[in-house]
Design a protein around this ligand. Sequence first.
Ligand code: AMP
Length: 400
Amino acid sequence: MPVQTIADVDLSKKNVLVRVDFNVPLEGGKVADNSRIRAAVPTIDYLVKRAAKVILLSHLGRPKAQKNLKYSLRPTAQELSQLLGRPVIFLEDCLGDDVQGTIAEMEPGSVMMLENLRFYAEEEQNDREFAKKLAAYGNAFVNDAFGTAHRAHASTAGVPSLLPIKVAGFLMQKELEFLGNRTANPERPFTVILGGAKVSDKIGVIDALLDKCNNMLIGGAMAYTFHLAQGKKIGNSLAEKDRVADAKAALQKADKKGVKILLPVDSLATDTLNFETRTVGAIKTVSEDIPDGWQGVDIGPKTIQIFSDTIENSKTIFWNGPMGIFEVSACAQGTFAAAKAVARSKGISIVGGGDSITAINKSGFSDKIDFMSTGGGASLEFLEGKEMPGVAALSGGPHK
Ligand code: AMP
């Protein structure tokens, strides 16, 4: 059954529980990156305009079922208030009489945020009684938290199963549209760019996207596991020896399907890397075979050229994962070049994963990207074709 969205139902004057993903980085008690909060504003604004009482649910970090104020959502409520230009009531607990009392007294069109759901173990256990207590606050449910939709928790699966109206918010709708339809029926050529540390994290998505894309560009440390599969030398580069068979299988599948897998033809390599101080020793460009004592830390200039040309000539692009150790500025060129090429391309560009989004933001091209997924792990699981409990829970009637 297709998922209904917020625009398909009448939520005016209702008490609407909205699951948002305000799991944002904090620094000195302030929100360090408000992108996830900004991304939820259209849904909240829409409900405010319809005089709904908006009750926001979220988690932040891993408080391990303790009321640890290091993980309080209070700073996110303050940030949201600034973004909305209106007060946001913050409640210090997600359960208790205070919540019911405040909802009863709230003006229609006002916004309330409950404290971190993960202060209770019951949230991640998808505890029925806990879900019932939360569901009792509202008569409709909106899920705008794509980033947690791959988990069956009380606020993602339990609460919607108890309410008659449960729909996707605008952000969730966009995630499903871009990661779903646009990659399932892409305009071609469809190029996938994958990077980051581990093949093991991404083998599922590699396999699934080989069924859909025309080109797959692989950078980051992942590429060295593929190089091992091709019998190349990788020096001291990071690789997963136990995943070489997976890399070989992916190369064979690509061959069969006529998908081009492009691996680095050169790398930037260093003899010493100190990640703590973000410094490197000697650095040089090396060919596909990396000499002993040297570690590949970024894609090289020829690869940058080949990858950029392929990206710029694509009609659909999906990018996840950095091309090198981009946290160290000497190793960040490949990742920024990818960001630039994705931004320059006239095709539909979809970027997923924290690191790639950070790189896009730092490169100053974020306004040129069609869609930046807030999902992280959830985006990859969705692209793999796995069922998402938080999405599945938006279909079907209530189970009392
Ligand atoms: P992931 O979480 O799998 O997307 O991996 C992101 C991490 O991969 C970043 O912290 C990068 O520093 C790291 N990474 C990318 N390229 C390399 C490389 N060549 N060697 C070691 N780590 C890398």
